[in-house]
Design a protein around this ligand. Sequence first.
Ligand SMILES: *Cc1c(COP(=O)(O)O)cnc(C)c1O
Length: 395
Amino acid sequence: MQATTQLLHSIPVDPQTGAIAVPIYQTSTFVQEAPGVNRGFDYSRTNNPTRQELEKIVAKLENGAVGAAFASGLAAIDAVIKLLESGDEIIAVDDIYGGAFRLFEKVYRKFGITATYVDTTDLSAINRAITAKTKLIWLETPTNPTLKISDIRAIAAIANRYKLLLAVDNTFASPALQQPLNLGADIVVHSATKYIGGHSDVIAGLVVTKGPELGTQIKFYQNACGAVLGPFDSFLLIRGLETLHLRLAQHSRNALQIALYLQSHPLVEKVNYPGLESHPQHAIAAQQQSSFGGVVSFSLKTDTEAAATTLVTNTRLFQLAESLGGVKSLISHSAAMTHKTIDRAARHRAGVKDSLVRLSVGLEDVQDLINDLDTALTIVSATSETATKKKLAHS
Ligand SMILES: *Cc1c(COP(=O)(O)O)cnc(C)c1O
């Protein structure tokens, strides 16, 4: 059976009423027949029927033993780091999501859990960074915003050799395109706010573990720390999942067309998209992903923040906003938005140029999206010509 069919039919019909949609059990507590005698639910922080269905569906989709739903992607990441102890070290991808970096540096460092950041596209760099205290390798692939690809299978082999945990933040690919547990990872994490929710209307996070023991630990921290996903938001994720494969196929088709268009545009310096043959890890992406996803980033030949600002304020269909993964296209300027708190030199080292613009390509008609970018790029061109003429007139 194909993944889409399997997913749709892993969403159960309500045995009590025949409801084809999973009911929203908007309740905090459950009446017990006698103390401790209940029907599998006693309090909704610990377990809730709507959340439980979501967790089962996602565990199956990622081919893991246990799923756990959290109030945000960061709460999901937080639950994974709680598996560690003071003195443990994390090896993390250097192009890491800013919120995860803040969590590691501003929260966990003071509890004695430290992270080193390495270019995980370079396997020897990972090997060199391992110490006797290393416990966890933290990957994101593709990364944000430069879409670097790490070889999950090869890194799982390293983790295995040194008895380390391998966790993969699978937000950018989604389980429709990439299944890290099948490639040897122990834990997969999602900001379900993005592609799993898919409609820019919910903040949520998910953890799936390959084995039941790790799953028991994650479920313990979920209940003990309490950052659980509510029943209504759980329902929204289930509804999002129903169209996950369909959406990701179209996001990917649109994104590839747009990447090709940008690559041939005279004002564009470089396009980052793992689906392009020019992408340095295109072959690995083609091997471990079934398609290349909906995020594209690019820099301009006029590498200035001003040029990027002109671009992102002159698109009409691509709306200026942080986040990604929704049905409507979004555009953002990394240096001024998601990466504002990182100093310029460090930003440049991470490949985030002053003019780097990130697109979350939505489900609009692709020709309309290309026309929108084309109009905005023409304005960028006209603006910089005017600026050059002014400069010449003054000199
Ligand atoms: C957005 C995002 C997160 C954080 O998720 P929230 O739902 O915003 O807490 C983590 N990782 C990646 C790759 C993200 O894009």
